[in-house]
Write a protein that binds this ligand. Structure first.
Ligand code: AMP
Length: 529
C-alpha cells in the first residue's frame, strides 16, 4: 500500500526556520560578562547562521566534518551551532572546564577541523594549539576582529539553502567524563535532537511557549545546553543567554529581561539564592525553574515553591540528550499538603512519551516497580545512546536498554526516584546508605552552604559515612548542631562518623561535587577508628 502521509525528514535547521517564520521578531538577548547587552531576533539569527554556513563551505568544510566550539552561552555560539549543523557538519561542544589532557584527548579523538573559541579562552587555545593538529581553522567566536565569526559572516550574502539529507545523520557531539575511563563521545542525530526538543517544550516538561522568556543557566557545552535552545526555537520563546554564571549577572538579566523560565544544576541555584538573600532581590517574573544534573535538595525546592516558583526536577544524562524524566504535578496537587508536595517534587519525576525506564538487579534480572525496591536504572528511547562515537560495539543491549549507573526506585504512581549513583553509595555493614539523602538533609541545616557525603573505609563496618561541609559566609555552625539536625532526618546508623569543615568542595566541569577527589583524600580518615 502506498504511504498515505508525508515522509518528512526531521532536521535541525527546520527548528530555526520555524522560529524565524512564525516568531521572527522574538528576541535572543545576550548578557555579556562586561555587563553589555546585545539583542538579535530569530530572523536575524537565521540570516547570520545561513551566512556562516556559506563561510564554512568556502573554508572547505564538508558534511560530517567536526566543528568544535569552546564558548560560553551567547548568540554567536548559537549562530555557530545552527550554521555548522545547517551545512551538514557536526558541532562538537568542548567543555572549557576540563583539564588540558582531556581537552587534548577529546579534540584529537573527534578529529575536529575548526575551532570557534571565546576570547576569554585565548590563553587555553594558545597553550593547546600545537597539541590539536587536526584543527585547521581557529576562529574567534566573540568580538569583531579580522578572521572572527562576525568577520566571516559579514563577507557572505546569506543566499543559502540548508543542506538536506537523512534525519539519522549526526549533528552534534558531546563528550561525557561521567563514566569511567577516557571521556566518551555521544553523537546526537538530527532526528534525536528534533524529537527531544519536541518533547521538551511540553507543559509537563520545560513548559515552553511563545509567552516564555527562558534563561538556560546550564552551559551550552553540557549536553547541548539540555537541548533548550532547540526547544526555545520550537516554542518561539524569547531566549536570554548569559556569558558567565556569575550570580549577580544572572540575577540582573533575570530582572531586566523578565525571565519566566530557567534551568541549571543545584550548585548554581545555591549561589543564585544566596545572592538573592543578600541583595533582597528575588527575580519577580520567574515562575518555572528546572533543577537537575544532581539531586535538588528539598530545602531548595521549598524555597522556590514558597516564592511561587514551580520547581521541575529533571533527571538525565549526556547519553539521554539529556531529558530522561521530569517532575510533574498530578491532578491531586491542590489537595496535597506541603510535605506530600515536597516529597513528590524531590523525586526525579516521570519520563516524557518515548522514554522507557526499567529497574534490574546486578545480574540484569527485572525488579518490581513497587515503591520500595531499589535497582539499577535502565533507559531506552529515540534520544538515548546506542553506541559511543567511534566505538566498536553498542553500549545499549540488543533490546536498546542503556545502563545508567544510577540506582533508583520506581514508585507506584509511576514516578522515578534516584537513590544514588551506583558508585557513590556507601555500604555500611552490608547495608546501603544514600550519600544523596545525607547531603540533602545536611544542606537543610541552617549555616550549611554545601555538603558532600562519602564512604570512608572502616575496620568494622567496611565503610562509614563522613560528611564534608562548607559553612555559609559568617556562619559558625558546629558539627554538634549539624548532627542534631541530621538526627531528625535520617536513620541513626546513617549519621556520619565524622564531620569535616572545608573552605570549598571540588566540582566536576559540570558543577557536580567531585566525589572521586574527595574519596582519594578522605577515604582513609577512619582507618584507625
Ligand atoms: P551527565 O552525563 O554529566 O549529565 O551526568 C549524568 C548523571 O548525573 C546521571 O547519571 C545521574 O547520576 C546524575 N543526575 C542527573 N540528574 C540528576 C537528578 N535530578 N538527580 C540525581 N542525579 C542526577
Amino acid at each position: 500500500m502506498t504511504a498515505s502521509m508525508q515522509d518528512h525528514q526531521l532536521r535541525v535547521p527546520q527548528l530555526l526556520e520555524h522560529a524565524a517564520r512564525h516568531h521572527g521578531t522574538t528576541e535572543i538577548v545576550t548578557a555579556w560578562s562586561d555587563t553589555t547587552v546585545t539583542r538579535r531576533t530569530w530572523v536575524e539569527l537565521a540570516g547570520d547562521a545561513r551566512r556562516l554556513a556559506q563561510a564554512l563551505e568556502h573554508l572547505g568544510i564538508g558534511r560530517g566534518d567536526r566543528v568544535a566550539t569552546l564558548a560560553m552561552n551567547h548568540a554567536p555560539h548559537l549562530i555557530a551551532w545552527f550554521g555548522a549543523i545547517g551545512m551538514g557538519a557536526i558541532v562538537h561542544t568542548l567543555n572549557p572546564r576540563l583539564i588540558d589532557e582531556q581537552l587534548i584527548y577529546i579534540v584529537n579523538h573527534a578529529a575536529d577541523r575548526v575551532l570557534f573559541y571565546d576570547g576569554a579562552f585565548e590563553a587555553l587555545v594558545d597553550r593547546l594549539r600545537d597539541r590539536w593538529p587536526t584543527i585547521e581553522h581557529f576562529i574567534r567566536i566573540d568580538g569583531t576582529g579580522s578572521g572572527s565569526l562576525a568577520d566571516l559572516i559579514a563577507a557572505q550574502d546569506g543566499q543559502y539553502d540548508w543542506s538536506e539529507g537523512d534525519e539519522r545523520e549526526p549533528c552534534m557531539l558531546c563528550y561525557t567524563s561521567g563514566t569511567t575511563g577516557a571521556p566518551k563521545g555521544v553523537l546526537y542525530t538530527h532526528r534525536s535532537t528534533v524529537l527531544h526538543a519536541m518533547a521538551a517544550v511540553a507543559p509537563s516538561m520545560f513548559d515552553l511557549s511563545a509567552a516564555a522568556v527562558i534563561l538556560p543557566i546550564v552551559p551550552m557545552f553540557h549536553a547541548a545546553g539540555w537541548g533548550l535552545p532547540f526547544a526555545a526555537a520550537i516554542a518561539g520563546a524569547k531566549l536570554v543567554l548569559c556569558s558567565t554564571n556569575e550570580p549577580a549577572l544572572l540575577a540582573r538579566a533575570m530582572a531586566d529581561e523578565a525571565v519566566t523560565h530557567s534551568a541549571g544544576v543545584p550548585t548554581v541555584w545555591l549561589s543564585l539564592l544566596a545572592c538573592a538573600d543578600t541583595t533582597d532581590a528575588f527575580p519577580q517574573a520567574l515562575r518555572h525553574v528546572s533543577i537537575g544534573g544532581s539531586a535538588a535538595p528539598s530545602s531548595m525546592i521549598a524555597r522556590f515553591e514558597a516564592a511561587g516558583v514551580r520547581v521541575a526536577h529533571i533527571w538525565g544524562m549526556t547519553e539521554t540528550s539529556p531529558l530522561g524524566t521530569m517532575g510533574q504535578r498530578p491532578a491531586a496537587w491542590p489537595t496535597m499538603d506541603e510535605d506530600e508536595r515536597l516529597s513528590l517534587t524531590s523525586r526525579q519525576g516521570k519520563p516524557p512519551f518515548g522514554i522507557e525506564l526499567a529497574l534490574v538487579d546486578d545480574a540484569g534480572a527485572s525488579l518490581p516497580h513497587d515503591g520500595v525496591t531499589p535497582g539499577r536504572l535502565r533507559v531506552r528511547g529515540p534520544w538515548v545512546i546506542r553506541r559511543y562515537f567511534a566505538a566498536e560495539s553498542d553500549v545499549a543491549d540488543s533490546d536498546g536498554w542503556f545502563d545508567t549507573g544510577d540506582v533508583a526506585i520506581m514508585h507506584l504512581d509511576g514516578t522515578m526516584q534516584i537513590t544514588d549513583r551506583a558508585k557513590d553509595m556507601i555500604k555500611s555493614g552490608g547495608e546501603w546508605i544514600s550519600s544523596v539523602d545525607l547531603e540533602n538533609a545536611a544542606i537543610g541545616c541552617p549555616g550549611v552552604a554545601e555538603a558532600a557525603a562519602i564512604g570512608a573505609i572502616h575496620p568494622k563496618w567496611g565503610e562509614r559515612p563522613i560528611l564534608l561541609v562548607v559553612r555559609r559566609p559568617a556562619s559558625a555552625v558546629t558539627s554538634g548542631e549539624i548532627r542534631d539536625h541530621l538526627q531528625s532526618h535520617v536513620a541513626k546508623w546513617w549519621l556520619p562518623d565524622e564531620i569535616i569543615f572545608v573552605a570549598e568542595l571540588p566540582h566536576t566541569a559540570t558543577g557536580k561535587i567531585l566525589k572521586s577527589a574527595l574519596r582519594d583524600r578522605y577515604a582513609g580518615s577512619l582507618a584507625n577508628a
